[in-house]
Structure formats: C-alpha cells, structure tokens
Design a protein around this ligand. Structure first.
Ligand code: ASP
Ligand code: MG
Length: 422
C-alpha cells in the first residue's frame, strides 16, 4: 500500500470546520488505499498568540532557560490541532491516533526555538499504520537528548513533514497550503505569474532562499538530501475533488530533470527586499584584507550573501557585500569602530535601499547567453546594476529597491514566463 504524508498549514487547520474538512480529505485518501501520516500546523494565529503571552508576561531573555519554556509553550499549538484532527477522523469512522513529537520520538539537537531534526524512530508510527490507523504527528517539534521539548523555528511543520516522509520512505509528501503551488514569481508583484507544474529541487531551494515563502527552506534541503518527492498544493479545493486530479495538482518538486527538458530555460524570478549593502572603501590591497573584513563579520555571527571586490587601483581596493536588514546597523558599526582603524581603510558606507533580483533555472546549465539577456533587459529599462553574482542555475543582481517591481516584471516577460492569454 502506498504511504503518503500530508501536511496541513495553519490556515487549513484554522477552525473546527476546516479541521473537519481536512479530516474528510485525509479519509478520502485513506479509503482509496493509502497508508496515511498527517502532520498539521497549529491553528492559524495560535503560535503567535502563545508567543505573545510569553512576551506579555516577561520580556524575552536570551537564556536557555527562557527559550526552553518558549518551546514548551509553542509546542502546545500543534498538540491541540493534532488531537482535534485525530478526533475528527474518528468521527468519520476511521481509526486514528495522534502523537506529539516527543512521543514518536522525533529527536533534535538542543538549539531551542531553532532545533534541527537528527533522527526519527518510525517503529510506533509504522505499527499503527500496519494496524490500519491514520497517524497524526505534530509538526514543528521534537525532543532533545536531555528529554526537553524543542521547536524547529517558524514554519517548521514543513520540515517535520518532509523529515517524517524521509524517515518512513513515503511515496510522496503533499504539502497542503493556502496557495495552489509554486509560481514563476510572486503574483502580487506580477499578476501574470503562472503556477509551475514542476520544479527541480535545486530550483526550489534557490527560490525559497530568495524570498519565496511557500516552504520553510530547511524542508527543501531535507527533501533534497533524502530525495523525498514533494508536492505543494491547495487545501482550499473542495475536499471531495477527484483523487486522481488532486494527485496531479499543485507543483511537484522533482529530481527527474529529464522531465523538465522541454521547459523554459528560466523557471522563475525571485527577489529579496531584505538585503542591504555595505562597502568598505580604500582598503590597502594586501594579503589578509578580505579576511580582516569578512572574518570580523562572520565572528559577529552575521551572514553575508553577495561579495564583490574590485580591481585594485593605486594599491587600494573596494569591498562590497550584502547582509540582512536586521544585521545592517550592527555590522556597519562594528566595521567602523573595530575594523576600519586596524585595516587603514578610508571609509565604510551602507545602503539599505537595495534589493536582489534573481533569475533561476536548471536550463541555465546548458544554455549560454542567459545572464546577458538579463543584463540587456535591465539596461533597456534604464536600471543600474550594482552587484552581480552567478551560480550554475541562477544569476542575481543587486539594484536600487525602487526599481524592483519594474525589473521583476520586465524579466518575467523577457524570459517568456507571462501567462499565456486564455
Ligand atoms: N506553528 C508554527 C509556526 O507558526 C509552525 C508551522 O506552522 O509550520 O511557525
Ligand atoms: Mg508555513
């Protein structure tokens, strides 16, 4: 019997009526001859509500003791939705049982509020499935080696579902959510964006890391590592939609690149407004300069995305790199006060009005001239490119934030991604 994992997001679990619809959908799949494991999120708004209670009571403290309690607290959201779903399934005449992460157990490291899954013991779940039960496993949580409850970071139920699917060697992991799939770009920016029928795992990883919020990025990494067949689809279709139709709907994240052979060279346009640019100007061009700057940034626990160093002129070089908005002020400050005097550089300047726009597609591996098409399109729109970076399957540019929408629209059209008129 095929084993399928369903994951339902907070919106899909948002009320008892919706939970009852989820149960009907799951029952349809179970009755059609599938072994079913379901991973729900907390009811929408519940995680925020719980975390707000904590804040109201005591200001957040960066201690393990405080974070431990945050996880104890937040994990209850999924425990409640899971139990409700099991009851709803029982009401439909199915045998069903729910487990919290610690009961499975799903083992994680001990990084409270952002724990990573280390292993999943599938014995109990497997036994229930073999006994004909639908098994519900809470999303978002696990157990560390000291027996503490941990959570996986916001949006972590996606990762729970993929990890369970990987551990159980499920035939497919279906992520039911409030959008009907992955789009060529954000439809709020480009109304002509279209849903992708399929996308390679590497493309999804690039899209997710650059702002497409459909899946928690760690879940995509997990799917890649363990080759989990992953589908993103809508939970807002009627629950009794034909199962064969449903099985083909949404976006499939796949490993079979051959299937994509005839697809567009560029699959999607991603963008990210969360980055800012920092430049260190007039750096003496000598060994160790990059290390002194970027080593200090890394030591401050700041993640750097794009980096460029220009050619040295008169023995001086300029460095620019991008960091997240939330790290901008602290990085700038650290460079000015600590690194600049030591390095003998001339100035450190920051620019928060930038954004990153990327074209993504595995077709770029085997086609030349894709990046140059991007540069031509931007130049025709009069948009200045401040930084460029490339990988095998993407080209990213940093541009002035005010041109973001213009750039994304123009690129979307130029690469043939605008929806065909119907
Ligand atoms: N309930 C958690 C959150 O809101 C996990 C999830 O929904 O994936 O982040
Ligand atoms: Mg989510």
């Amino acid at each position: 019997m095929p084993l399928i994992v369903h994951k339902y997001g907070g919106t899909s679990m948002g009320s008892t009526e919706r939970i009852s619809n989820v149960a009907k959908r799951v029952a349809k799949w179970a009755r059609a001859g599938h072994q079913m494991v379901v991973v729900p999120s907390a009811m929408s708004g519940e995680t925020n509500r719980l975390l707000a209670l904590a804040k109201e009571l005591a200001p957040a403290r960066p201690t393990d003791a405080y974070s431990r309690e945050l996880d104890m607290l937040a994990a209850t959201g999924e425990q409640a939705s899971s139990a409700l779903l099991a009851m709803a399934l029982q009401a439909l005449g199915l045998e069903s049982v729910s487990y919290a992460g610690w009961q499975v157990p799903i083992r994680t490291n001990n990084a409270y509020t952002k724990a990573r899954i280390e292993s999943i013991d599938d014995k109990k779940v497997r036994a229930d499935l073999d006994a004909g039960r639908v098994v519900i496993v809470t999303g978002f949580q696990g157990l560390d080696d000291q027996g503490n409850i941990t959570t996986l970071g916001r949006g972590g139920s996606d990762t729970s579902a993929v990890a369970v699917a990987a551990a159980m060697k499920a035939d497919e992991c279906m992520i039911f959510t409030d959008v009907d799939g992955v789009y060529t770009t954000d439809p709020r920016v480009v109304p002509l964006a279209q849903r992708l029928k399929s996308l390679s795992f590497e493309e999804m990883l690039e899209m997710a890391s650059m702002g497409s919020k459909v899946l928690q990025i760690r879940s995509v990494e997990f799917a890649g590592k363990y080759k989990v067949k992953l589908r993103v689809l809508s939970s807002f279709t009627p629950w009794d939609i034909d199962i064969l139709e449903e099985a083909k709907s949404g976006t499939l994240i796949t490993f079979e690149e051959d299937e994509n052979m005839e697809q567009a060279i560029v699959s999607g346009i991603a963008f990210n407004r969360d980055e800012t640019k920092i430049s260190v100007l007039g750096v003496p061009d000598k060994p160790g300069a990059a290390y002194q700057i970027l080593g200090a940034v890394a030591d401050a626990n700041v993640e750097v995305d794009m980096i460029i160093q220009n050619l040295s002129k008169d023995g001086m070089a300029d460095f620019s790199f991008t960091v997240n908005h939330s790290d901008h002020a602290k990085t700038l400050d650290m460079l000015k006060t600590v690194v600049l005097p030591k390095l003998g550089a001339q100035a450190v300047v920051g620019d928060t009005n930038i954004c990153k726009v990327s074209i993504v597609g595995i077709g770029m591996r085997s086609h030349v001239g894709v990046a140059s098409t991007m540069f031509r399109v931007l130049s025709e729109e009069g948009i200045n490119i401040q930084m460029i970076s490339t990988s095998e399957i993407k080209t990213s540019v940093v541009i002035d934030e005010k041109y973001m929408e213009l750039a994304v629209k123009a690129l979307h059209k130029a690469f043939g991604l605008d929806q065909a008129p119907v």
